[in-house]
Ligand binder design. Structure first.
Ligand code: DX5
Ligand code: ZN
Length: 221
């Protein structure tokens, strides 16, 4: 799987979003965190804002839904122009069915795991998803510390995906920086979300290049 760098706009300047989005155009995906103040104790933005971001973004938009009701909302983000829509396993009773509805609406479908979720119930359903998101922090806030224990979960999913033959990406999100990116890529992650590392840098293009170089160097052949 190709390495993909996905800047998270949670750490961008929300009063200058279009400017900040343009500054990360050398990345591969634009990661947009939707939080509802119920599934996580934080509130960000919703459908009308994401629809406008999809119109102005030079990159495919990767929506990460941290909401209680993905069965009700996920398809609408696909219809609004998201390239991929990720919902949390903990928030739905039938993840394969929801992924199927997202795919039917024209987007890639992904399922996210909180740090406490093993995701074992997904192992027999891997081909239902385009991507598995292994959270490497407790979802809700940017700028938290990477949880090194999560690399074991990444390895387990990479082995299961390779054995299944399904072309499923593994995304990691939370605490990804120049210091932590190699360990998750070596474990089998290919899609790397970084918020504070990229938007906290003065030269965002240079930071994306540095993250990409470290990821490519750590990539398994
Ligand atoms: C947190 C979000 C992340 C967040 C990551 O729940 O899902 O996408 O922006 O931020 P950093 O990279 O700063 O840990
Ligand atoms: Zn996220």
């Amino acid at each position: 799987m190709d390495i993909r760098i996905a800047p998270s706009i949670l750490s961008a300047d929300f009063a200058n979003l279009e400017r900040d989005i343009a500054q990360v155009a050398s990345a591969d995906l634009l990661h947009v965190d939707v939080m509802d103040a119920h599934f996580v104790p934080n509130l960000t933005l919703g459908l009308p804002v994401v629809a406008r971001i999809c119109e102005v973004s030079p990159l495919p938009v990767d929506v990460h839904l941290m909401i209680d009701a993905p069965d009700e909302w996920a398809v609408r983000y696909a219809q609004a122009g998201a390239a991929s829509v990720t919902f949390h396993l903990e928030a739905t009773s039938d993840p394969a069915a929801l992924a199927d509805r997202i795919r039917s609406a024209g987007a890639h479908a992904a399922v996210a795991l909180r740090p406490a979720s093993s995701g074992d119930e997904l192992l027999g359903l891997l081909d239902a998803f385009d991507m598995i998101l292994v959270m490497t922090v407790e979802p809700g806030f940017g700028g938290q510390s990477f949880m090194p224990d999560m690399t074991a979960k990444v390895s387990r999913f990479r082995k299961a995906i390779d054995a299944s033959g399904a072309p499923v990406s593994i995304q990691v999100d939370g605490g990804i920086s120049r210091d932590t990116i190699a360990t998750v890529v070596a474990a089998g992650a290919d899609t790397l979300v970084a918020g504070s590392a990229i938007f906290g840098a003065t030269d965002r293009t240079a930071e994306i290049a540095a993250l990409r170089a470290r990821a490519e160097a750590a990539r398994r052949v």
